[in-house]
Design a binder for this molecule. Sequence first.
Ligand SMILES: [Zn+2]
Length: 68
Amino acid sequence: MGINSNNMYLDTKTQPIDISLMENKTIPVICPWCDRIVKVAKWAVTRGDKIAPTHGICEECLRLVLEK
Ligand SMILES: [Zn+2]
């Protein structure tokens, strides 16, 4: 499995948004290497938007990947 570092970490930069249209959702961050939930992230999403689990490597798998 290739590693796309662009998708590995969440972009924490904030952009100007209309807060009244946003709502906070809890989104699981799943490690694609071991299929475990790494953590649960709180995201502000546009009201009505579908949410989907996002992916982020967990510390354990990151270590294994870096060792290879
Ligand atoms: Zn993992």
